[in-house]
Design a binder for this molecule. Sequence first.
Ligand code: ATP
Length: 508
Amino acid sequence: MAQDNFSKIISHAKEYGFIFQSSDIYDGLSAVYDYGQTGVELKNNIKQYWWDAMVKMQESIVGLDSAIFMHPKVWKASGHVDAFNDPLIDNKDSKKRYRADELIEEQLDKIQKKVDKEINKARKRFGDDFDEEKFVSTHPRVVKYLGKIEKLRSRFIEALKNEDLDELKQIILDEEIADPVSGSRNWTDVRQFNLMFDTKLGSVDGAKIYLRPETAQGIFVNYLNVQKTGRLNLPFGIAQIGKAFRNEIVARQFIFRMREFEQMEMQYFVQPGTEKEWFPYWRDKRMNWHKALGFDDALFRLHEHDKLAHYASAAYDIEFDFPFGFKELEGIHSRTNFDLGRHQDMSGKKIQYYDNERGESYVPYVVETSIGLDRTFLMVLSAAYTEEKLEKETRIVMKIPAPLAPYKVAVLPLVKKDGLPEIAGKIMDELKYDFNCYYEEKDSIGRRYRRQDAIGTPYCITVDHQSLDDNTVTIRERDSMKQERVPAEQIFDIVNQKVNMKTLLKQI
Ligand code: ATP
């Protein structure tokens, strides 16, 4: 997907009420966004798809809605006060701020792209006879590039592991990495920057508290409450959807990286040792959730972490091919008993599970699935945005999976008179209990179809003069643009078959 597609998607999202910059009339607030009239519907449907798949369909998982503010000790125990940092670096000439680790990752990508270019060139030249493995291990330029990547990557990982900020800067200097905006190589030192927002609780001398940077801790500190009152046996999970806040250093990629965003997280509590089975189980299950949406499978891939977070023993990302390349969409983490153990130590409360079978008590292990709701929204927008060349024009159609579409049906009287709006009104009254419906009587029918295509409405129902005689209507399908005349009583079944969330859930 090309970068120029990205700017088209961003303007389309604004033009059709999906996403607005926050505080737009005051020129916006950086990396904060609002969801408009169509956006909120799509967002709610994504939430419902996740909740149904993770809670409604799973006997062993229950929900939770914990508060954003939590006791400050929570963030001390979780390690966020001391370790939730990103290394930042400023360019002295452009005054732009970057994440030092991202500059180095981009450098690695750049070299990898050179390798890919050589491979593609050779593939074209040799055709069917091309032996990629042999080419990669013998072609002098490719061998040189790959050697460079390996050396740079291991130096980089070592520096991250040791939190060696001087070494990160030295890598940037040695690699002659320039500011992507100004081309300048005049860098400051690398500094650690804590990503948590803080505020004060209560009046004047209130204690410093944080806006949560992840929803997971709300689940951990409620583990005992939920396990006891729900009388739950291991393995079981707790899921929640909610806002999280991070003072991101660089936030220039629309809703991919925001300072206020939403997460959908599930912590699965298991017997120690069994996390080795549950980890691949949840990784694959989550990948199926994405693939069930029906977009091209090649848009998704798994990426294993080189550097593990302070709490993790294994971690994979599910990455999506965004218009700016493959990037993390969801994280699957094996979090050991780190969080519950730390809360047990810090609070002095015993957080243990008595295992009848094993006849012992222990702190459960955790496998976590953590996905950004806004990133999922951007994934759907990016994959759905389609420009289609027709005979006389280009139509823009959002091929949003029907169960997630903001509106499921648009009801359109052909003209605003002769009793057609009344019939259309009756159809609306019948459908609106089950589907989010859109009613529109202005403009030519062709224009109205285009507007519905642009917001991804799977079906348009047109009421015309024939409807007055025989109570039939025309139903038009978004992707094929096929139109069919059907009795009005059949509308519900036709639409329901396609837009029901069941169609997605059954494939996971
Ligand atoms: P990144 O490496 O992109 O900063 P992360 O590894 O810090 O992400 P996690 O802490 O694993 O992310 O959070 C889980 C999920 O929350 C991510 O996969 C992503 O979808 C989402 N997420 C994290 N930070 C942001 C953000 N600033 N804006 C939007 N979504 C986010």
